[in-house]
Design a protein around this ligand. Structure first.
Ligand SMILES: Cc1cc2nc3c(=O)[nH]c(=O)nc-3n(C[C@H](O)[C@H](O)[C@H](O)COP(=O)(O)OP(=O)(O)OC[C@H]3O[C@@H](n4cnc5c(N)ncnc54)[C@H](O)[C@@H]3O)c2cc1C
Length: 393
């Protein structure tokens, strides 16, 4: 990897996003957390600056700047506000089904409205009884003439109630396990579609997390993404490309907390000198910075792998590794940032308390970090590789 993985153009866009985040989003972050209201003003800011176009090709009205650029933008925004960073990540998550499995006609129908930011997107896999074990889902879709009829419900869906387009997974053949799942694009005005309870939660409070209900919900048959029975494969392909977005969110939170703790440590004095001059505090700061930089190395590598069209198995493993490393770093680093601020770290007036709460979800959604470890180990076992030292067994 070159010492600077970003091109001049990518650095220019990063600097623009960094300035916007510092000047326009950072002053809103505490209020978004406190009010727990979805920040439509941030969406408007993203629209004005075409940031919601980052996940899309130019032919669909996007910026055509690729996966790495999107990850860098999510990281920059999440340094100051994880709720706002998530808006960019979920725009990608909710539209990857169309990008990966949609026909040209489907892409033309939906992607330009998502790229302009007119519509927000969501991804609906989880149900009350199925999270990690997503194949145990119970929502069904049956074909009736030119339509599919969906029945069931989803839970914990990010952007519930604010998205106009939902990528929804449902069983078209409930007896067929993984092979009986299909993927659909559901517009929010579909008859029989409804949004239920929005969950109060620990962090990312401005993001909506809610239930979706499908009560004889009718959608055109040509909203099927890919073929019937391909839904599980599509859901996993989406996660391979979207987990880096959560990783970027985690890394942004971690770096934002590190930067804040460093500033604080330079100005807070105990025993006659800044705490940044006490070796135990220096050790924490050094570990935090090193964890962020290591996590960033793997994250940017994944961005480059996606942009270069990496093979599926390699992407699956690296995507899981970057999600694991960046989000575990987010939790470790924010916990240490709170410690460096001492009592002030625990008080809502200081941002590291919010960052620590926001960090926790990154270890849970889009596959818990236990599931990431299972994915990484499964790919290791599959790889055709041997130890250089000795024959085993
Ligand atoms: C704020 C928020 C936003 C979310 N956004 C979305 C969204 O937009 N779309 C969506 O579809 N879902 C979303 N989710 C759901 C999220 O992805 C799931 O909650 C997550 O995948 C875990 O599923 P679960 O909650 O059912 O936990 P379970 O699957 O019940 O897991 C419980 C515990 O058991 C562990 N575990 C489970 N299976 C194994 C195993 N085989 N080996 C070892 N340990 C295991 C898990 O790691 C976890 O620690 C969101 C959740 C939250 C809280």
């Amino acid at each position: 990897m070159p010492s600077e993985p970003l091109t001049d153009e990518q650095r220019e866009i990063r600097d623009l996003v960094r300035d916007l985040a510092r000047e326009r989003i950072a002053p809103r972050a505490a209020e978004i957390d406190k009010s727990a209201e979805f920040p439509w003003d941030v969406v408007e800011l993203f629209r004005e600056h075409e940031l919601l176009g980052l996940p899309y090709d130019e032919s669909y009205g996007g910026t055509g700047t690729g996966a790495l650029m999107l990850l860098v933008a999510i990281e920059e925004v999440s340094k100051v506000c994880a709720t706002s960073g998530l808006i960019l990540a979920v725009q990608e998550l909710g539209s990857l089904g169309i990008k990966l499995a949609g026909t040209d006609e489907q892409k033309q129908r939906w992607l330009p409205r998502l790229a302009s930011g007119e519509w927000l997107a969501a991804y609906a896999l989880t149900e009350p009884g199925s999270g990690s074990d997503s194949a145990a889902m119970r929502t069904t879709a049956r074909r009736e003439g030119d339509e599919y009829v969906l029945d069931g419900s989803k839970r914990f869906i990010t952007n519930a109630g604010v998205a106009s387009l939902y990528t929804v997974f449902a069983k078209t053949d409930p007896a067929a396990g993984h092979d009986g799942i299909s993927a659909f694009a559901v517009e929010s005005d579909a008859p029989g579609f409804g949004v239920g309870r929005i969950e109060p939660k620990m962090g990312i409070k401005g993001s909506t997390t809610g239930e979706l209900h499908f009560d004889g919900c009718r959608i055109p048959a040509d909203n099927l993404l890919g073929e019937e029975g391909e839904g599980f494969k599509i859901a996993m392909q989406i996660l391979d490309r979207s987990r880096p977005g959560v990783a970027a969110q985690g890394l942004g939170i971690a770096q934002g907390a590190t930067d804040y703790a460093l500033e604080y440590a330079k100005s807070r004095e105990t025993m006659g000198r800044p705490i940044a001059e006490h070796q135990l505090i220096q050790g924490k700061l050094a570990d935090m910075e090193a964890q962020c930089e290591a996590a960033r190395g793997v994250l940017y590598k994944v961005g480059m792998l996606i942009d270069e069209g990496a093979e599926a198995a390699e992407l699956t493993k690296y995507s899981a590794m970057c999600k694991l490393l960046c989000t575990d770093a987010a939790m470790d680093v924010t916990t240490e940032a709170v410690q460096i601020l001492g009592g002030y770290g625990y008080i809502s007036e200081y941002p590291v308390e919010r960052m620590m709460r926001d960090a926790k979800i990154t270890q849970i959604y889009e596959g818990t970090n236990e599931i990431q470890r299972l994915v990484i180990a499964r790919e290791m076992v599959r790889e055709n590789r041997s130890s250089a030292l000795t024959e085993v067994g």
